[in-house]
Ligand binder design. Structure first.
Ligand SMILES: [Zn+2]
Length: 310
């Protein structure tokens, strides 16, 4: 038997046939961001049909069709995603009508990535794990005994919006002080830009060809390796708040493992150095063991793999 994972993103919709935790074949198409629910459901339906034909698989051989989507998914399956023009869209039930023999499920993309790591990747073998994805924003996913914990209303695990401290700019959600305004790639870039605008000398701006809009998180980490003072300040600030965020997660849940993914996790050596000790400093109970902190295994395939495991 097979499962199918669908990864809906702002740029593309990817579909993959999965067997035994491995993606056998992938197919994708551009996302029609203005199409609304009907067009999205139709696009997913066609992708599934095409990938089945391409791989000579009959729909009767497919147990699950899972979908990961960047939005809030309530427990009754309603999807709200501003970027895709969806409000309480019942995508999974509509698709279920077309694929009656298979179970169609849908989940938030960060939750789905956590499930991929838990089922097949960096959190495999643990009973409880939390994944944070450090990208443009911060996504979160909590898995206990193989089940995603999304809360009574399906709106939990929004780890990126836990409020940590006051910050010098507001979060997209309208609040001030969210975790993602300190530790996302965007936050790292913004803080580097701020220091450059204050007139600080740094190799980061040379790498960015004297245009602060070209600054990337990678440039900050590369400059850090060259002992650039500004880069050290940006990275130290990032790591301080990352440690606070992880301490909060441990205070709430105390999982066996925390997996860090997303673009920022490419700088894993810099990020992990001394991180566990820093986290312990913020815990009320400093003795004893804390969660293993690991780096996510899957990059682009997390969405397909995790959705297929829903
Ligand atoms: Zn927020």
């Amino acid at each position: 038997m097979y499962t199918i994972g669908i990864d809906v993103g702002g740029m593309s919709i990817k579909a993959g046939v999965v067997k035994g935790g491995k993606i056998i074949n992938k197919l994708s198409k551009e996302t029609n961001r203005n199409g609304g629910m009907e067009v999205l459901v139709q696009d997913i339906k066609v992708l599934v049909e095409d990938i089945l034909v391409q791989n000579n698989i009959n729909i009767e051989e497919v147990n699950n069709i899972g979908i990961g989507i960047p939005g809030v998914v309530t427990n009754d399956g309603g999807v709200t995603c501003v970027n895709l023009g969806l409000k309480n869209a019942l995508i999974a039930p509509m698709l279920q009508d077309s694929f009656k023999g298979s179970k169609v499920s849908i989940g938030n993309d960060a939750n789905v990535a956590a499930l991929a790591e838990f089922s097949y990747g960096s959190m495999k073998g643990y009973d409880s794990g939390v994944m944070i994805t450090l990208g443009t924003g911060i996504g979160g996913g909590i898995v206990v005994n193989g089940k995603l914990i999304t809360g009574a209303n399906g709106i939990g695990a929004e780890i990126g919006h836990m409020m940590i401290s006051s910050n010098y700019f507001e979060c997209n959600c309208g609040n001030n002080g969210c975790f993602e305004t300190f530790c996302s790639a965007t936050a790292i870039i913004k803080y580097a830009q701020k220091l450059v605008e204050e007139g600080r000398k740094t190799t980061i701006i040379e790498m960015a060809e004297n245009d602060i809009n070209n600054i990337t998180a990678k440039m900050v980490f590369d400059s850090y390796k060259e002992n650039d003072e500004v880069a050290i300040e940006v990275v130290d600030r990032f790591k301080k708040y990352l440690a606070m965020g992880l301490a909060n997660i441990i205070n709430f849940i105390d999982p066996q493992v925390i997996s860090i993914g997303g673009g920022v996790s490419n700088a894993s050596d810099i990020m992990l150095e001394g991180l566990s000790e820093k986290v312990k400093q913020y815990l009320p109970f400093k003795e004893g063991n804390i969660a293993d902190i690991v780096i996510a295994q899957f990059k682009n395939d997390a969405g397909i793999l995790g959705a297929s495991a829903l």
